[in-house]
Design a protein around this ligand. Structure first.
Ligand code: SF4
Length: 604
């Protein structure tokens, strides 16, 4: 029997911001009761996307005759019903309660903040103490915070299988598709206002959610969280030593501290340690995740249904690990080329150990990556290993070409650039790592000839759209990599935004922009960025770039629409949604720990 195609829900309609909380308790209860009935017919076997949830919310409001301004609240009520049974079946000890610190008594809260958020002293002046006490008594982990990346680590490291949250609708709206996409069972109670100070919530609702407890539901929603964890676990010391045994570690004494350059032990062992420490650093392991997920998708998709379904050999894991070693090598070399100071919250490798050592560590990781695959030729089969190595070499070359073109442009006297040239660089810099990761997973599962063109096209469109979104982030002062807006222009990067501006501006405006890019403008540095923004706005580059993102997104979705089997098609949709997800600039604090579940692919 031919499977019915999974239709990709398109982007939400512009009324996504209808997020009034009903002020009367009776109306809130009626909406929740309606959602309970309404959600009974929803298919829980596959993940719900935000556009689908929005559609359901609109339908419910229309059917029940409620005002559309309650759409956000209604979406939360439906999502709660969708996940209720699956949250209820999770052991209390494996649940996380997330509370917002704005619930605290703003006038006299004696609690301090630590790395986990607000350390509530349970003084009893607000509900935080009551919620926390009940949850902790049951065995929950509790965080009073909305901006702690530690939550992602807790989820991906495998300590939490469900989340109960309290947050305002603004935060929930930003977080909801991340939660849905991650497939982590999650229920939430919306705060009654979004004013960020001494807020309140329906306490009994929160207590109900905390206390949910039933047997395992018959139907479990597919999730990628097990594969994310499998990807993450490969970088734990014991797993990494098993997959890529160190050759020199035993001769290393004593343990050198970072920044201490002298040979405090066997220099070979010291060099190996620097490389392995770097490989284990930070990051979201998104590339090895893609390889594992593609492999799983073409071998039945068992890992999306259950953690017990993960059946991935060490040979496959080594191929996934190789993708990350190449990525980490490229980061070392990029940091040198850009002379970046910090990465993963600490000094970049060349700042710690010097440029020569850092270049060499990058080279070592490239060699390690190739060897991880080549040494598996007996288990994987020579053809498979050769095909993957060929794709890795191809990605390596393309990446170097893209980076080389950018570096040459930066040093060139002529700083003009066309949109086509900028996008060519984007495609070379951003897409190859994704292409190699996806190809490897598919090839590890079987012949990949029928997918090759699809993988290349999909990766190219996705990579270009992602890189354009990255340009936008530069103008929002994103919190991931750069804290100040407009750094690309000051660093002389050949962005699409610049190319679009140069194509649209004429006369003095164009000359002025070129003078800024050449570093010849008399303005002081702090005045340059606002002026560039003005010129970009005059050239309407943000609108044009936005249209290009949508065009490339549509192309990726059209490619995915035609892909079989369903498991692979769903993975591609998931990648489009997560890679091209965007954090709204006005609420950067919106549960970034869940936002971080998205999968950045570029060097940046
Ligand atoms: S109960 Fe906790 S969060 Fe609330 S005011 Fe007291 S110390 Fe602060």
């Amino acid at each position: 029997m031919v499977e019915a195609p999974v239709e990709k829900a398109k982007k939400p309609s512009p009324n996504a911001h209808l997020k009034t909380v009903p002020q009367e308790r009776e109306l809130r209860d009626r909406i929740r009761a309606e959602a309970h009935q309404f959600a009974k017919s929803i298919d829980r076997s596959k993940q719900l996307t935000k556009p689908e949830l929005q559609k359901l919310g609109e339908e419910l409001l229309q059917q029940a005759g409620f005002d559309q301004q309650f759409l956000g609240f209604t979406m939360v009520a439906i999502a709660n019903e969708f996940w209720r049974d699956q949250v209820s079946a999770v052991d209390f000890k494996r649940r996380l309660l997330l509370l917002p610190h704005c619930l605290k008594n703003a006038e006299g809260c004696p609690a301090d903040y630590d790395e986990f958020g607000l350390d509530c002293r349970k003084c009893g002046a607000c509900e935080v103490a009551d919620f926390k006490t009940k949850a902790e008594d049951l065995g929950y982990k509790v965080l009073v915070s909305e901006g702690t990346p530690i939550v992602l680590k807790i989820i991906v490291s495998g300590h939490v299988d469900a989340i109960v949250g309290v947050a305002c609708l603004n935060v929930l709206e930003k977080a909801i598709d991340k939660i849905l996409l991650a497939g982590i069972p999650c229920v939430a109670a919306p705060l009654l206002s979004s004013n960020c100070r001494s807020t309140s919530v329906d306490n009994d609702w929160v207590f109900d959610l905390i206390g949910l407890k039933t047997e395992a539901p018959k139907q479990v929603t597919k999730t990628y969280v097990h594969l994310m964890r499998a990807s993450n676990q490969m970088f734990e010391p014991a797993a990494l030593d098993k997959l890529a045994p160190r050759q020199r570690a035993k001769t290393l004494t004593p343990d050198p501290s970072p920044g201490e350059r002298g040979p405090t032990g066997d220099p070979l062992a010291l060099h190996e340690k620097i490389a392995y420490d770097w490989l284990m650093q930070g990051g979201k392991r998104s590339r090895p995740f893609i390889t594992l997920a593609a492999y799983d998708a073409l071998t039945g998709g068992k890992a999306t249904r259950s953690a017990d379904g993960i059946d991935i050999s060490d040979s496959v894991k080594r191929a996934a690990l190789a993708i990350e070693t190449f990525h980490k090598a490229s980061l070392v070399h990029d940091d040198i080329e850009d002379d970046d100071t910090f990465r993963y919250g600490q000094e970049t490798l060349h700042r710690q150990y010097g440029i020569g050592t850092a270049i060499n560590v990058g080279d070592y990781l490239i060699g390690l990556g190739y060897r991880l695959v080549s040494r598996e030729r007996k288990t994987l089969g020579s053809d498979v290993a050769a095909d993957i190595l060929d794709k890795l070499a191809d990605a390596h070359l393309k990446l170097s070409e893209g980076q080389g073109a950018e570096l040459l442009w930066r040093d060139a006297k002529d700083k003009t650039i066309t949109a086509l040239e900028a996008m060519k660089i984007y495609a070379l810099k951003t897409s190859p790592a994704f292409e190699a990761a996806l190809y490897s997973g598919i090839r590890l599962a079987g012949p990949a000839d029928a997918y090759e063109k699809m993988i290349t096209d999909f990766s190219r469109h996705l990579g270009v759209a992602f890189q354009i979104l990255n340009d936008f982030k530069d103008w929002e002062g994103d919190s991931d990599n750069k804290l100040v807006a407009g750094q690309d222009i000051l660093a002389g990067r050949p962005t699409l935004l610049l190319a679009l501006a140069l194509e649209a501006l004429t006369g003095g405006d164009r000359e002025e922009l070129l003078a800024i890019v050449h570093g010849e403008h008399p303005r002081q540095a702090q005045n340059l960025v606002p002026r560039v923004r003005q010129l970009f706005e005059k050239a309407e580059v943000f609108e044009k770039a936005e249209k290009l993102v949508e065009k490339y997104r549509a192309r990726t979705e059209a490619i995915a629409d035609a892909v079989e089997p369903t498991e692979l098609r769903e993975l591609l949709y998931y990648l489009v949604d997560t890679v091209l997800d965007r954090v709204e600039p006005e609420a950067p604090e919106a549960m970034p720990q869940l936002v971080a579940l998205s999968l950045p692919l570029a060097h940046a």
